[in-house]
Design a protein. Sequence first.
Length: 188
Amino acid sequence: MNITHESSREAILAAARKAAQTRGYNGLNFRELAKEVGIKPASIYYHFPSKADLGMAVARRYWEDTKANLESMQMETPDSLTCLRRYPEIFRRSLENGNRLCLGSFMSAEYDDLPDAVKHEIQTFTDINVTWLTTIISRINPASSQNIERARAIFAAVSGAQLMARSRSNVSLFDQIIENYDNAGLLG
């Protein structure tokens, strides 16, 4: 594949990610994506033969990027408690970037309507987050047998805080909710 094809593919993925974070899987419209990227709609089919293929690629790239961000955060912040408290930053960035929702959260809400390959990628996104959180929490509290349950609770709580803030186009609401979680001991 030459550079032109690769850059077109990357531009399609970027536009599709933005669309999916704004309108979900159903927002992946080839005609609209082609217009945004500046290519013919048929050109998208060269890279992604179906909407399911595009949805799967976007969801996979999203969890790969999230995994890289989490690993980077862990490297930058060796103190596990501080690292745990930084976790909501990943969700906050979507809100700061056009009041978008986490792609994993948005597509999870559409789960019954997703092709199986996309469902798998969305499940992987959740698994990546819960596994990372469990690792961090286990470093803070190695004797606890409840670390995975706490990790799931944190993931669900932070996702929910993002959803509430998005519905009001209010990033400061997200910050207030996260501060309340921290004060209640969920993140500490």
